[in-house]
Design a protein around this ligand. Structure first.
Ligand SMILES: Nc1ncnc2c1ncn2[C@@H]1O[C@H](COP(=O)(O)OP(=O)(O)OP(=O)(O)O)[C@@H](O)[C@H]1O
Length: 202
């Protein structure tokens, strides 16, 4: 407790007669996740640790998701400041349906056979706050900056280009998932005016 740790610092310790070394990869201050790299931080009661084994190591970490899942929502999240009027019921439904599973500890998550909701389709009359709500949900999640794309902007007349544009949008998230698995940060992609790319075929 109260120990200061810096990015890049190597720490040796002994556990059950075996010596271990870990390197501090990244220091993140709660509530300032998007403000770039922090050089050092002090360990407090609220500090969470996420360990990753080196590729060459035979050590396997389990339940790392539990540490990460407590960080689903940004700490500075304040529902009143979202500026969404009159959609409390819809907002609560989205949080229950799409976000709740992210707080379930990994062990229980697998035992219960839960699947995360990965997509949401907001529909309704024009100008009623669908885009606003999607943007605000993206902002309160503690992850990567949401990517916002307008359907018409990714449609191309060149054969195969639209499909490539869509694949490219998901590339970062897929790479992160391959690299970090359950510890991957949340990626949010918001398609505005999705009807431009998902037309009904007759
Ligand atoms: N419930 C709401 N609370 C606060 N502002 C709102 C609300 N609904 C709409 N607005 C405001 O009205 C404007 C249009 O809203 P928005 O773009 O979110 O609507 P939309 O449902 O996505 O419309 P469209 O279907 O035409 O894309 C925005 O400036 C938005 O901030």
């Amino acid at each position: 407790m109260n120990q200061v740790m810096s990015s890049g610092q190597r720490v040796t310790f002994e556990y059950h007669m075996t010596a271990y070394i870990f390197t501090v990869n990244q220091v993140i201050m709660k509530g300032q996740e998007n403000s770039g790299d922090v050089e050092r931080g002090m360990i407090s009661n609220d500090t969470s640790f996420i360990f990753e084994a080196a590729n060459t190591s035979s050590i396997k970490f389990v339940n790392q998701h539990e540490a990460a899942s407590s960080n689903v929502l940004r700490d500075d999240f304040n529902p009143q400041s979202l500026g969404i009027g009159g959609l409390g019921e819809q907002f609560a439904y989205i949080c229950r349906r799409a976000l709740l599973s992210r707080f379930v500890p990994l062990q229980m998550f697998h035992k219960l056979g839960i699947n995360h909701v990965k997509g949401l389709l907001l529909y309704g009359p024009p100008g009623t706050g669908k885009t606003l709500m999607a943007n605000q949900i993206g902002k309160i999640l503690n992850g990567k900056e949401p990517k916002v794309v307008r359907g018409p902007d990714i449609v191309s007349e060149m054969i195969g280009k639209t499909e490539k544009n869509i694949r490219d949008l998901f590339a970062d998230a897929e790479n992160d998932q391959r690299k970090h698995g359950d510890q991957s940060k949340h990626h949010v992609i918001i398609f505005d005016e999705i009807d431009a790319i998902c037309k009904v075929k007759y």
